[in-house]
Design a protein. Structure first.
Length: 285
């Protein structure tokens, strides 16, 4: 009896789950030990494919099956009636050129297998193999099935959490860029305020006082711009706190302290505005 393509696909999916689980365990151990690990997605993908390829070749060459295939009661045998199992090089051929060949034309090499007497995919025909039904240990099958389900839910959970962390990290990085630009805007606006204050004349006569009033009138507009810049950066800081974008509790505390700093600056600007209003409203008469 030969394995159906439905069972073969679900077996392959189960093997993918196992490999993903192994990868997550690897990254957890590496993170716990603070060991260096590449952040390059291209390198990570290459390592993933090499690991999957090695697992499939070694498992089928040594045991003629994989975890996924064993759960479904399948094994890879030789199509040659004089030989029970294929040689190592045939397994290698099946998992390299065979898989590539079967994947052509949207996987035509696989979905046409069900019409053939031995349910051979193009990879099987190229390597001279068949996937046959084999007897299994029910206890072991149940244990491996439970393991696959646990690994699947862990994979989904950890992947979802990883995507959430990655998305939050991107949002926080974007927020930091916005805050940096807004902070530069606050500094520039404050320089204009300071420049106007420093340009005020020394008051000795009523004419000097009238000139001082004109400077203070222009300063009101600059204070408006300064406070508007402060309001903008405070909104950004509050967004970072409300959406919990900080990567750690220390960074969150920094955001809280930064908000307090800008609140003090806002109070100072309001105090300066009161002084400006007093000067502007003062009548020489």
């Amino acid at each position: 009896m030969y394995g159906t393509m439905g069972h073969r696909f679900t077996a392959y999916f189960a093997d993918l789950i196992v490999i993903y689980f192994v990868f997550f365990i690897f990254y957890v151990v590496v993170g716990a030990l603070n060991l260096p690990v590449t952040a390059d997605e291209g390198v990570s993908s290459l390592v993933w494919f090499v690991t999957l390829f090695t697992y499939m070749v070694v498992a089928q060459a040594a045991y003629h099956t994989t975890i996924g295939k064993y759960v479904h009661g399948l094994e890879v045998c030789s199509a040659n009636p004089n030989r029970k199992y294929p040689a190592f090089w045939r397994i290698l051929l099946r998992e390299t050129l065979g898989r590539l060949f079967s994947s052509l034309f949207w996987g035509a090499g696989y979905w046409t297998a069900s019409r053939k007497p031995k349910s051979q995919a193009w990879s099987d025909e190229l390597a001279g193999t068949v996937v046959s039904v084999r007897p299994t240990n029910r206890v072991l099958v149940r244990a491996l099935t439970a393991f696959i389900f646990v690994a699947f839910f862990l994979d989904v959970g950890l992947t979802t959490y990883g995507l959430y962390k990655e998305d939050r990290g991107k949002k926080y990085a974007a927020l930091q860029q916005e805050m940096e630009a807004a902070g530069n805007g606050v500094i520039a606006a404050r320089k204009h305020v300071d420049s106007s204050l420093n340009s005020a004349p020394t008051v000795n006569t009523w004419d000097d006082f009238a000139s001082w009033q004109e400077v203070m009138k222009s300063l009101k507009n600059e204070l408006d711009a300064y406070e508007s810049r402060i309001d903008h950066i405070q909104e950004l800081i509050q967004r970072g706190i409300s959406e919990d974008l900080a990567a750690s509790e220390a960074e969150r505390r920094q955001l809280v302290i930064l908000r307090q700093v800008y609140e003090l600056r806002k109070q100072q600007a309001e105090k300066l505005r009161q002084e400006v209003n007093l000067i502007v409203s003062c009548a020489p008469t």
